[in-house]
Design a protein around this ligand. Structure first.
Ligand code: ATP
Length: 266
């Protein structure tokens, strides 16, 4: 771990007052800038994060009931999965590496690096962050990403034959719509974490968790630990009673009603 990075984060922690209303958000931005400086994130990842921040503002920067419901359904789906894989990009590695490892351990799931902007240095940098966080194995680095997903072009189609290629359930965050759709088209069940309920990813995933990945991962780990003691039938019941389109509609309704209420306070 780069020591200058550590000390910089600490000094920024000291500069931003404890009661600053955007303190957490500013610290997260700092983490992402550091990840970019360390080759984990590309500049486009910062822009993607900015789009997410906007939607986080709209949902009140809290895990709302529609996200809780999706987290419960996602936990049931992951526990019922035969071969779950967590797909990791730069933003996820920068923000939730430790929780990714915890979740993989709880589920006995594979962790795979899967990037929109693939390059071997970045794949290795992301894998290193995950290994530092305790991962025992990280797929999708270099030659390991030798299988291809149909319908996608160039580097975006490469996946690991021991990971996403044979997965029945793929958990991903901050993904682009084409790839989510391509995974669904080849029969994968996709659980997407995306703050924007209108994105193509949110609309095409099997289960969409409209919430910040930072809040989602610890909740997923907690929920999976709880649901582990449930029988299969009970997990299947949770899953069949969840309707993703309806839930996305509720996220939109929540945002519109919240804005209506806020407009009255002006
Ligand atoms: P699509 O192609 O699916 O329509 P997009 O073009 O917006 O979506 P990207 O910009 O590649 O996709 O991905 C960024 C997505 O991730 C955005 O929808 C953004 O709202 C979301 N996002 C950004 N930061 C976070 C975060 N911390 N937690 C959850 N979602 C996030």
């Amino acid at each position: 771990m780069d020591k200058t990075r550590d000390s910089k984060t600490w000094s920024i922690r000291e500069i931003i007052p404890e009661n600053h209303p955007r303190r957490e958000s500013l610290l997260i931005r700092e983490k992402l800038v550091e990840a970019m400086e360390n080759g984990v994130l590309v500049p486009q990842g910062l822009i993607a994060h900015g789009r997410g921040e906007c939607f986080d503002y709209l949902i009140g920067e809290k895990t709302q009931p529609f996200a809780e419901r999706a987290i419960e359904a996602a936990s049931a789906m992951l526990l019922l999965a035969k071969y779950p894989v967590i797909s990791v990009n730069g933003n996820m590695a920068a923000l939730v590496a430790k929780d990714i490892v915890k979740l993989a351990e709880e589920l006995n799931a594979k962790i795979e690096v899967n990037l929109f902007y693939r390059d071997i240095d970045r794949e290795r940098a992301i894998a290193e962050v995950l290994y530092e966080a305790g991962a025992k194995e990280v797929l999708g680095v270099g030659e390991d990403a030798s299988a291809t997903i149909p319908e996608l072009f160039s580097e975006r189609r490469r996946v690991s034959p021991r990971g996403i290629f044979i997965a029945d359930v793929v958990l991903l965050g901050l993904e682009d719509g084409d790839r989510t759709q391509a995974l669904v088209n080849i029969g994968k069940k996709v659980i997407a974490i995306d703050l924007n309920p209108l994105s193509r990813t949110a609309q095409s995933a099997t289960i969409t968790i409209v919430d910040n990945i930072i809040r989602v991962f610890p909740r997923l780990v907690e929920k999976i630990r709880k649901l582990k003691s449930y029988e299969r039938g009970k997990l299947e019941e949770i899953l069949t009673s969840f309707n993703n389109k309806k839930n996305l509609g509720e996220a939109l309704l929540f945002i519109s009603e919240r804005l209506k209420e806020l407009s009255k306070t002006l």
